[in-house]
Design a protein around this ligand. Structure first.
Ligand code: FMN
Length: 339
């Protein structure tokens, strides 16, 4: 399969995070069978790198409690984190070594930049073009309000301007990762595409806050939030973008199981970037997803499967009313219990 001309081993990709911040981490993801691996983001800012010093991670059980024991697959994650603490020349060496390791396995390594200033992102993107076959530009950093050195762009003009600047410098396919926290993500995807993005990544995680009813708050600060509950919200924008635009989509945010990856694909994503499930379960979970998706799609036409759920979706105006209103049994139960 491929995304915008980038050939990948399969549609289960490892997203950018601390898991892909070292050569060891990148190699482990490749060895566990990832279709592609997106390296940890860098940018030009020392302040963005310093944020990693105060990184912290709170796993939250499905019923809303911060875990004290080991995290479970369906936990949410509230965290602070920063960018890779490495000089660009050293980082280019790491990316080159990881690419060499991934090549025989058919697993490309994608460089990643979280936007600080567009001109600096363009310089970094040009340098990365020499060592990786694609670059992802993250415009959706959920820490953007807390840390000025990383940006979350939620307006079309800002997205268009940033992508145009970086596109002019990057000589390989450019993927643009967009925030889910915007009034119209399809409009952001359209702006990114018109400014030269070869694919869009949908959608970034959300800012989050989790007070403890007994006092204080998880992490003691604001954070970035992702959970299985975010999945339908991510799939909404993937599906809507599939319906509105001719642009390859890379899904992310909320995939924990094989079924979730397939849901992303059926909504229109050609690949899915997974992080939290792998953070919790390690390489065994990556292998499980790769094998599970491979088995589910065996004998099927990949291009036909991608977006198949959107092809079947009905607009509200096309849904016929049922013979009796669907709300009736629910309200009837309430009324009878109140008697
Ligand atoms: C600890 C952590 C660090 C992350 N760092 C980055 C980053 O540097 N750049 C980026 O584009 N996305 C980053 N992300 C976002 C992930 O790439 C991914 O899009 C997100 O976690 C949603 O996927 P998931 O639900 O599988 O975790 C990070 C996520 C986590 C949890």
């Amino acid at each position: 399969m491929d995304v915008a001309g980038l050939a990948a081993g399969n549609p289960v990709w490892v997203g950018s995070s601390e898991l892909t911040m070292t050569l060891g981490g990148l190699r482990a993801c490749i060895d566990a069978g990832a279709g592609a691996v997106v390296a940890k983001s860098v940018n030009e800012s020392a302040a963005a790198r310093r944020q990693l010093d105060i990184a912290d991670y709170a796993f939250v059980s499905p019923d809303g409690h911060v875990r004290t024991g080991p995290a479970q697959r369906h936990d949410g994650l509230l965290n602070r984190s920063g960018l890779a603490q490495v000089e660009l020349d050293d980082w280019l060496g790491t990316l080159a070594a990881a690419s060499t390791h991934g090549a025989p396995a058919g697993c490309p390594v994608v460089g990643s930049i979280t936007l600080g200033e567009p001109d600096a992102a363009a310089r970094i993107g040009r340098a990365m073009s020499a060592v990786v076959p694609a670059v992802e530009l993250n415009l959706g950093a959920p820490h953007g309000r807390e840390v000025r050195a990383v940006r979350q762009l939620t307006e079309v003009d800002g997205v268009r301007a940033a992508v145009r600047t970086v596109r002019a410098a990057v000589e390989v396919p450019l993927f643009v990762k967009l925030p889910g926290q915007a009034s119209d993500v399809v409009a952001l995807a359209r702006a990114a595409r018109s400014a030269g993005a070869d694919a869009v990544g949908l959608v970034g995680r959300y800012p989050g806050f989790l007070p403890d009813p007994a006092g204080g708050a998880a992490l003691g600060s604001w954070g970035a939030w992702g959970s299985p509950g975010c999945l339908p919200m991510s799939l909404y924008w993937v599906g809507k973008t599939r319906q509105a635009l001719d642009v390859p989509v890379i899904g992310t945010n909320g995939a924990r199981t094989t079924a979730d990856v397939l849901r992303f694909l059926a909504s229109g994503a050609r690949a899915v970037e997974v992080v939290t499930a792998l953070w919790i379960g390690g390489p065994a979970v990556l292998r499980e997803l790769v094998n599970g998706v491979g088995a589910a799609l065996a004998g099927r036409d990949f291009d036909e499967f991608v977006g198949s759920a959107v092809a079947a979706v009905r607009e509200y105006g096309d849904v016929p009313p049922p013979p009796s209103p669907a709300w009736l049994p629910h309200t009837a139960r309430w009324l009878s219990s109140g008697r």
